[in-house]
Design a protein around this ligand. Structure first.
Ligand code: UT7
Length: 331
């Protein structure tokens, strides 16, 4: 049986660090509020002129190098983002062009905070069919251009950061290694709990100057509703993933959760009666990088030498859509 493995990994964040105190100069907020409510202390913001595909490119180069392949060995691209370079064409196409590789397929995935898990699931399935050997899977975001840094937008603006992370997904003959299982969910009836109002393609024209005046181009979130559902679904998906695969909570070396809110992840750990230390975090430094958040944390954990061959890792995420899911990996 062919399994898919992560054969290379890399990440990139823009150099500009923005602290909570920096944000407090732009709006009525404080380090204390942001840190205690979310766990976030700073985030990275890309400079003007930097595209999502630029961050994706830097992360991709590192993943390709880590896999010991060349860019020309990449035979398919999957790019997850909620902040694409443009509405169309897809940002995967821009990444392909910037990488300077041949006419391999490029698929954009638009599943927000669960985007990496959706992308990994697709890559895993494509590799196991034998169709592809080195799929580049990237999560990348430039949130900083689309956040409202005034009091009106403060409940969302303080949470998000820019960044990218990439993996190469390749076949392996080792049965007990790699992507063991993935699980994906969506519940579209909660779309309005975290969304962007414009544009609305049912309207003619779909975008007006009045929309901008009303601030409908800023993301809107009902934080409490997202928080409540995130906890329920994350607990559920951890329990189901382990049970379905015959593992116990003790078998898991680390949970690599989406980095939206420290309190969400601690609450989930407590509810599951798992040690909080098993749930890893780096949102303190990067905030919520949506599609990049899970692979960014995975890459950092790997670079810090915390992963050994054979470790069981559980990746979980929840976000807009609502969407949520898991991936069980044997490193
Ligand atoms: O990755 C996508 C998924 N997203 C998430 O998982 C986010 C889930 N939700 C959350 O993380 C939390 O709901 C937040 C961190 C967004 C908010 O925490 P909260 O404890 O639910 O605060 P709240 O929304 O209930 O707001 C409490 C107060 C409000 O003031 P009043 O009405 O009590 O006077 C807000 O207006 O805090 C106020 N507030 C702020 N104060 C200072 C909201 N944003 C800020 C801010 N600084 N940035």
């Amino acid at each position: 049986m062919i399994r898919s493995v992560i054969s290379g990994i890399g990440s990139y964040v823009p150099p500009k660090a923005v602290t909570n105190d920096d944000l407090a100069k732009l709006m009525t907020t404080s380090h204390e509020w942001i840190q205690t409510r979310s766990g976030i202390e700073e985030r990275r913001f890309a400079d003007e002129g930097v595209y999502c595909s630029d961050l994706a490119l830097e992360a991709s180069k590192k993943a390709i190098e880590d896999a010991g392949i060349t860019k020309d060995d990449v035979d398919f691209i999957i790019l997850a983002t909620l902040s694409p370079d443009h509405h169309f064409p897809g940002t995967g196409c821009a990444l392909q062009d910037k990488l300077g590789i041949g006419p391999v397929g490029a698929l954009d995935v638009r599943n927000q905070c669960t985007g990496f898990l959706y992308s990994l699931t697709v890559a895993d399935a494509l590799v196991r069919t034998g169709a592809y050997k080195n799929i580049l899977v990237v999560g990348a975001e430039v949130h900083s251009s689309a956040l409202n840094f005034t009091d009106e937008g403060r409940s969302v603006a303080v949470l998000f950061g820019d960044g990218a992370a990439a993996v190469i997904v390749s076949p392996s003959e080792e049965e007990d290694r790699g992507v063991l299982y993935t699980e994906l969910h969506a519940e579209g009836k909660y779309a309005k709990a975290l969304h962007l109002d414009i544009w609305d393609i049912s309207r003619k024209p779909y975008l007006t100057a009045e929309d901008l005046e009303k601030g409908q181009h800023w993301p809107a979130m009902d934080g409490g509703t997202v928080f409540k559902h995130a906890i329920i679904r994350l607990v559920e998906v951890v329990e189901h993933t382990l049970e379905k695969n015959g593992f116990t909570k003790e078998d898991v070396k680390y949970v690599i959760p989406h980095q939206a809110n420290m309190r969400i992840n601690q609450f989930v750990a407590d509810k599951l009666k798992m040690p909080r230390e098993k749930f890893l975090h780096n949102m303190q430094k990067y905030g919520n990088t949506t599609a990049a958040s899970i692979p960014l944390l995975l890459d950092e954990t790997y670079r810090q030498g915390m992963l050994n061959r054979g470790d069981l890792l559980l990746l979980v995420g929840f976000g807009a859509g609502f969407t949520w899911g898991s991936a069980l990996l044997r490193w």
